[in-house]
Design a protein around this ligand. Structure first.
Ligand code: ATP
Length: 299
């Protein structure tokens, strides 16, 4: 787990991060979002021990990374926004170079990492000939060559076409299943929705929302369900309203909050008994985009 405690960062005359305290759960994929200038890159640089905070500390698996930055570097992979690659090298040479920088002389690991990012059939291709999506994957391979527990990616999807973004989302999910905890910043919220299960929203250097288990919207609406029925207006006419509260209706659809004492099945049985023509009944799920817009507007 990464524990960020009372973290502040001051660029001499500008307070970019203000008293940030939050935990990043082990095994999560955290979407780090916020408007331009919110402090995302600054936070990522602190998390990778490239910059020391002005106040506060970061514990990575209980290790204070300001005290032991090398331990942090061993545990962490980082892909910076606008990272550079050596254009004249091949993919294999490029990754071997990073492996050597980590003190690794393991050809098997190099092959394995190339396979992890799906570049096996491009091993001998020169970097200068690669598409943007492939370059991102080489960057990720370099960042994970030393098998880090944490992978921190600053705007990895920027400039990618939709197909490359989908591929990248799949790669993040796979790396996560292999045990890596990811922190990903992006302005493309719909894409983060596909793989993130933890949300951290920054604005003006402060956390305005954070939450595990998908997103803020889910956290706030654990007992909210959506029901579709041709005769939805009947919902209002039933006498037993201890079981649920109707929050809103729209056409043939309503959102209800079910009383904690009852289950979805209780409600379903009740509605069927009353003649409600239910065609769909499911838990309300929000998305990062909705949560972000609501939070940023109110912050
Ligand atoms: P973006 O989404 O545009 O990449 P961000 O959320 O990553 O933004 P940061 O790059 O962390 O934000 O910047 C946070 C704030 O700190 C901004 O107001 C920025 O202008 C300021 N800042 C960043 N680097 C420096 C610096 N070297 N000196 C002074 N201020 C800086």
């Amino acid at each position: 787990m990464i524990s960020i405690q009372n973290l502040s960062f001051d660029y001499a005359n500008f307070l970019a991060l203000q008293d940030i305290t939050v935990d990043i759960p082990q095994g999560s994929i955290t979407a780090l979002v916020g408007p331009n200038g919110a402090g995302k890159t600054t936070l990522m640089r602190c998390l990778t021990a490239l910059t020391l905070p002005t106040h506060g500390k970061i514990l990575m698996d209980e290790i204070d990374i300001a005290v032991e930055p090398h331990a942090c570097h061993r545990m962490t992979g980082f892909l910076a926004d606008n990272f550079g690659l050596y254009e004249q090298l091949t993919i294999e040479q490029s990754i071997s170079y990073f492996a050597a920088a980590h003190g690794l002389k393991n050809d098997e690991r190099i092959e394995q990492v190339i396979a992890q990012v799906h570049l096996t059939n491009k091993t001998h291709e020169l970097i200068k000939n690669l598409s943007r999506g492939m370059r991102q994957r080489v960057g990720i391979a370099q960042a994970i060559i030393h098998q880090p527990k944490y992978l921190i990616l600053d705007e990895p999807a920027s400039g990618l076409d939709p197909e490359a973004r989908i591929e990248l989302a799949g790669l993040f999910k796979k790396l996560n299943q292999e045990g890596i905890t990811l922190i990903v910043s992006s302005h493309i919220l719909a894409e983060l929705d596909q793989y993130a299960n933890n949300l951290l929203i920054l604005k003006n250097g402060k956390i305005v929302e954070s939450g595990f288990d998908m997103n803020v919207e889910n956290k706030k609406s654990v007992n909210h369900f959506v029901i579709h029925a041709a005769n939805i207006s009947l919902l209002y006419s039933f006498a037993n309203n201890e079981m649920y509260e109707v929050l809103n209706t729209e056409n043939d659809k309503a959102t209800i909050a079910i009383n904690e004492k009852y289950t979805l099945q209780d409600c379903m049985q009740y509605f069927m008994g009353k003649g409600l023509q239910v065609s769909e009944f499911y838990k309300e799920t929000g998305n990062i985009q909705d949560a972000y817009l609501k939070t940023i507007k109110n912050a």
